[in-house]
Design a protein around this ligand. Structure first.
Ligand code: PHE
Length: 450
């Protein structure tokens, strides 16, 4: 095992798990998952998503933590330490770039959540309020200055948490925000499923209809699983390095996956029944959360309160994920440029503000600039989730399966023999990491290309 390079670490295993769940639960669960379910046949998509998450994504998640805790440094340092080869450092740098690309559009949507939270607090979505939710949303995101202002605010909040440090910033806020998030989504879920006509939404979520499920749905399920669990972006390598040596990594991987998946299904239960109760098409797409839901809030009893709870949840979920993305970049810069945490965070914030501006403006004045038919915002989303994260996941499993190798893997997941992991389970996990996961990722990537 390599010597630990990081100075600041999580104080407890709960702190580590809360922070990782904070990273996993984000816009992916509340914004993306419900509309992907809507577009890909409801329960059919959920079943395939669950299977992929359990069989492929969880072992990859574990592999990332193994690299992080064993390597004990920034993603670049950890990759080099565990593989024993300098060239593997590139994988860590790719992870940093991936986080950077995700973060560039993530902060823009994060800014939208701030704006909508403030709107809901001003009772703009309370019952009986007259709003043109389509015009409100398109007018806001297509304008130049306001969305940039809110994105900048969102960046400042993220930086504030990062600068306080791993223990006092990330760990403390995650321990507080995560339980709150679950309470909020359960409250909204209760309101949603008790609306008249909500049953159709639940049926849609839990009764499989494979006629709308296509090969593209399968790819979407895989991509969503990666995105939602923050895989392939070195997030768990970074947090892995802050994990206590006594932690049971396999158990942590299971807790993180189950929590994230459970939250996604809860989000579906909070959103879909309301969508059906008001006779709205479930395959509305990306506007579901910012366009459809506000409309619904204005029509339902307790709508104003629900809108506040919902946008607080959306904001907190986005913030904790944003913190993790930012931390990967900051930790990497601290190592590569040998600078302090404060300086690294400042550089990240400045560059992000610039790229965030470009992404935000690409919804308005820069709309005409397209790459392969997509505006810059969509292109950043597409490239990072479909290409870079998959590449990152592939590099992780190859590194652990073929370079770290079985004895070191077993040593790490049992914390040097002090933590019990059933041998057959450990064997299966290693088999998936070494053979099954790389094959699935490569076959998927080839099918996207051809
Ligand atoms: N998992 C986060 C979400 O669901 C997004 C994310 C991706 C965060 C990669 C960190 C790293 O929104």
């Amino acid at each position: 095992m390599a010597e630990r390079r990081v100075k600041d670490s999580f104080t407890s295993n709960f702190g580590m798990v809360a922070a990782a769940i904070g990273s996993a639960i984000g816009l992916g669960n509340l914004w993306r998952f419900p509309y992907l379910v809507g577009q890909n046949g409801g329960a059919a998509f959920i079943i395939v998503y669950l299977a992929i998450t359990l069989l492929i994504a969880t072992p990859i998640l574990l592999a990332e933590m193994v690299i992080g805790r064993r390597g004990g440094g920034s993603p670049r340092e950890s990759y080099i330490a565990v593989s024993g080869r300098k060239g593997w450092g590139v994988a860590g740098i790719i992870g940093m770039v991936t986080c950077f690309m995700i973060m560039s559009f993530y902060v823009v949507v994060g800014g939208w959540t701030v704006k909508y939270l403030l709107l809901s607090l001003s009772m703009a979505f309370s019952r009986g309020a007259q709003i043109d939710s389509v015009g409100l949303f398109s007018g806001f995101v297509g304008s130049s200055f306001p969305p940039i202002f809110y994105a900048a605010l969102f960046i400042i909040l993220t930086v504030a948490i990062i600068c306080v440090g791993v223990q006092k910033g990330i760990e403390k806020t995650s321990k507080l925000m995560m339980p709150l998030l679950f309470v909020l989504i359960i409250l909204i879920g209760i309101r949603s499923v008790t609306l008249p006509g909500a049953g159709a939404g639940l049926e849609y979520l839990f009764k499989p209809d494979f006629s709308h499920f296509t090969f593209d749905s399968l790819l979407a399920a895989l991509g969503q699983s990666f995105f939602s669990l923050s895989l392939g972006a070195c997030m768990l390598i970074t947090y892995g390095a802050y994990t206590p040596r006594s932690s049971n990594l396999t158990k942590n991987a299971a807790i993180i996956t189950v929590s994230d998946t459970f939250f996604a299904v809860l989000a579906g239960c909070a959103i879909m029944p309301a969508v059906f109760a008001f006779g709205i098409n479930p395959s509305e797409g990306a506007g579901l959360v910012f366009v459809t839901l506000p409309q619904i809030f204005t029509q339902m009893p307790l709508g104003g309160l629900c809108s506040i709870l919902f946008f607080i949840a959306l904001f907190l979920a986005a913030l904790s994920s944003s913190v993790s993305l930012f931390e990967v970049i900051t930790a990497s810069l601290m190592d590569i440029c040998r600078i302090s945490r404060g300086k690294a965070a400042a550089i990240t914030a400045v560059v992000l503000t610039l790229t965030g501006c470009v992404c935000s403006l690409s919804q308005g004045v820069l709309k005409h600039i397209t790459i392969a038919g997509m505006n810059i915002f969509d292109q950043f989303d597409y490239l990072s989730s479909n290409f870079l994260m998959t590449l990152g996941g592939l590099l992780t499993v190859i590194c652990v399966g073929w370079f770290v190798k079985k004895p070191a893997f077993m040593d790490e997941i049992t914390s040097g023999g002090t933590v019990k992991v059933p041998r057959p389970l450990a064997e299966i996990l290693f088999f998936v990491i070494k053979y099954a996961a790389p094959v699935v990722i490569i076959v998927t990537a080839l099918s996207i290309i051809f």
